[in-house]
Design a protein around this ligand. Structure first.
Ligand code: SF4
Length: 197
């Protein structure tokens, strides 16, 4: 965790999930072997393409912001203990977007668990998630979402989010589903509608 493959970092508006519409500094860490065929950041998969960067340097870059979102790739490929410890020392709120398939390291103010069928989350992630965000690519994903909802802790907020390339087809189904199953909420990738990163 002393050096992490930093792919990009940018200040923007959180586009999806519970914190939609709020500003945050995004830190994208390279490396992911989950292999979602619809992944919109395939450039992140190979960690070797992204420069090993000192955790201390990453924290300094983020130091003027109130909230960071650590995303990837799959950030839990790496040990997040040191990075989050240093962020917390500066009183920066730490959020993570993870598939949960690797051990949960780090100190987090908010954990967004987005489980993937081909590499399921570990129990620790289900137990500690603040929100469960299931991407809906096809109709079977509603069944998958319900299975995942039985595994996550009871306080987690449940979101269904259309996969971007299928949004015309899936969004109407999600709207109907949420009206019939009101424990779920809709999450949209609003940053893509707004044309921001
Ligand atoms: Fe892409 Fe995330 Fe799936 Fe990894 S877990 S392949 S980064 S969508």
């Amino acid at each position: 965790g002393e050096k992490l493959p930093l792919m990009e970092e940018f200040y923007t508006i959180q586009g999806e999930g519970f914190h939609t519409g709020t500003p945050a500094y995004f830190i994208r860490i390279g490396g992911c072997d989950v292999g979602c065929h619809w992944c919109d950041v395939k450039e992140s998969w190979n960690a070797d393409l992204h420069p090993p960067t000192n955790a201390q340097k990453i924290v300094e870059n983020a130091s003027q912001y109130n909230t960071v979102v650590i995303t990837g790739g799959e950030p839990l490929t790496w040990n997040m203990t040191l990075l989050t410890q240093k962020l917390k020392e500066r009183h920066i709120k730490t959020h993570i977007e993870t598939s949960g398939c690797y051990p949960l390291t780090g100190k987090w103010d908010w954990i967004c668990l987005s489980p993937k069928k081909n590499k399921l989350p570990l129990q620790d992630s289900y137990d500690n998630a603040n929100e469960l965000k299931v991407i809906v690519y096809n109709k079977h994903d509603f069944i998958f979402a319900e299975e995942q909802a039985t595994k996550v802790n009871k306080n987690a907020i449940l979101f269904l989010q259309p996969e971007w390339s299928k949004k015309e087809e899936m969004t109407p189904l999600i709207i109907d589903y949420v009206m019939q199953n009101p424990k779920w909420r809709i999450s949209l990738q609003t940053h893509k509608y707004l044309n921001i990163p």
